[in-house]
Design a protein around this ligand. Structure first.
Ligand code: SF4
Length: 380
């Protein structure tokens, strides 16, 4: 941000006004007008005639590509440095027939975590996104991306999940900054109970997110964690983070997480044929999760490009879910949406951008912060 600009997408209203005041912007625009401009921008996507004032930084970026698979829409936006964000708007049908959408947002371009089943991991980490670049994804989904169902731009977004490119806990302060904007009634207006941050299991980030939940207004935010394995041996094979943060340490952080009473942590389990889908794996996972109030979310593996594994057979997905329920574990199967547009879970990532290596804007060798990340030799 230029020192003489205030990011309208990067700050909630109160902080936006405070920054505007500090900059002397109220000499040219009254505080009520400033407030009106902020609300109008966020609620309608509109800008004043003649554009936003020069002291306002506008982080909206052009929508570059839109891919549609059924009702699922993936879109990319080109950032100032040529990199791209990827986001997916997933439909949710309600009993009354209405349709709202969950927006899956990216918190980074690429990812350093190196999960072997994930397309994004093949990119390595390019760079982390700012709060404004994260919030811009909601703004684009609401006002700029064409909706095939209506023929007009814009989707009604009810839920936000941080499950796009990147590990949110690896960029936690920007993620928290974005959540302040996304949930501000004057800006994104998304109820905190409809926001979920999903992590691969970085315990420092889980603790920081837990502290954030203790602030007024944020206690209903949700946490999801990608477990994906019943034990350290299998988890370390497919998720390098586990070598640094084994399951016992992850469980300690999850048990200490200050979720609201009766709320459950969502435990994601990508079911990969021949890796983690056996009956005994299911029993082991259920025993592991017994002390934790959680929902086990079974996600059929979506093959990444050049995947060593196929997608699981529907019968084996159902068997795993049934067995988990018989074990007394609350368990759901997540539907697969967007697979053919490479928009499904674990499939985000851009082949062309993958050829470039950025960290913090400087072209250099990608920084892998987890030993055995995507550029490390694969274990046999
Ligand atoms: S699954 Fe998530 S944390 Fe793992 S490499 Fe992919 S984007 Fe990163």
């Amino acid at each position: 941000m230029g020192a003489d600009q205030v990011p309208i997408l990067g700050l909630p209203l109160a902080e936006f006004l405070a920054a505007a005041k500090a900059l002397g912007a109220f000499r040219s625009m009254s505080p009520p007008d400033c407030e009106r401009m902020y609300r109008w921008f966020h609620r309608t996507g509109g800008v004043p005639e003649g554009g936003l004032p020069a002291w306002v930084r506008d982080d909206r970026r052009p929508v570059k590509a839109v891919q549609v698979d059924g009702d699922t829409v993936k879109f990319t936006m080109e950032l100032a440095d040529g990199l791209e964000t990827e986001s997916v708007a997933i439909p949710m049908r309600h009993r009354d027939g209405s349709v709202t959408r969950t927006l899956c947002v990216s918190s980074q371009v690429g990812c350093a975590m190196g999960c072997r089943f994930c397309e994004t991991a093949q990119m390595g980490l390019m760079r982390s996104l700012s709060p404004a670049e994260i919030a811009a994804q909601l703004h684009a989904a609401r006002f700029a991306v064409g909706n095939p169902a209506t023929g007009k731009p814009g989707f009604e977004i009810k839920n936000i999940v941080f499950m796009g490119m990147g590990e949110p806990m690896d960029n936690i302060e920007s993620v928290l900054g974005a959540i302040r904007v996304l949930t501000d009634r004057n800006a994104g207006g998304i109820a905190p109970v409809h926001v979920t941050v999903s992590t691969v299991g970085r315990t420092d980030g889980i603790r920081r997110y837990g502290e954030f939940l203790l602030q007024p207004g944020f206690h209903r935010l949700n946490l999801a964690v990608s477990l994906n394995a019943p034990n350290d041996r299998i988890r370390s094979e497919i998720m390098p983070i586990n070598r640094a943060e084994p399951i016992e340490r992850l469980m300690e952080a999850l048990l200490a997480f200050p979720k609201r009473p009766n709320a459950a942590i969502c435990v994601e389990y990508v079911l990969i044929p021949g890796v983690n889908d056996a009956d005994e794996h299911c029993d082991e996972v259920c025993a592991l999760l017994k002390p934790l109030r959680c929902s086990l979310n079974v996600i059929p593996y979506n093959p990444r490009r050049s995947s060593p594994w196929p997608a699981p057979e529907e019968e084996s997905v159902q068997r795993f879910v049934r067995r988990a329920i018989e074990n007394g574990q609350f368990c759901k199967r997540r539907g697969t949406k967007g697979r053919s547009a490479m928009a499904a879970c674990g499939q985000l990532g851009n082949e062309r951008i993958r050829a470039r290596r950025f960290v913090g804007g400087a072209e250099e060798t990608v920084q892998i912060r987890v030993a055995g990340g995507p550029d490390a030799p694969e274990r046999a």
